[in-house]
Design a binder for this molecule. Sequence first.
Ligand SMILES: [Zn+2]
Length: 122
Amino acid sequence: MKQMAYETEKKQLTAKMNELLSQHRDQDALRIENAADPFDQIQASVERDLLVGLLNRDAQLRDDLRRAFDLLDSGNYGRCEDCEEPIASARLRAIPWARCCVRCQEMRDREVNEADIFPEAA
Ligand SMILES: [Zn+2]
């Protein structure tokens, strides 16, 4: 029974990982072009910022997926990083690479937001 659940999790992670790896972002937008038209320059710069954001997000997600694979291999998959309680299976189905349970995630998100608003207090 336990082994079967493990195989299902691993399949979900593998599918998501392959999906990510098969995505090819158009890296051409990263090229800096000297457009004569100021509007074109602004447009190009906005597209570049957007793409950098997407690439960063991809890299972060890939790290999380790789970590999830490691946890699967070591048999520690599905356990919250912070409180070490099992993560709800519904959450794992939605986010197979989740690092912590909903409660701890909310606490983490709050900390991040507060650091953004009050950087001097962090
Ligand atoms: Zn937790």
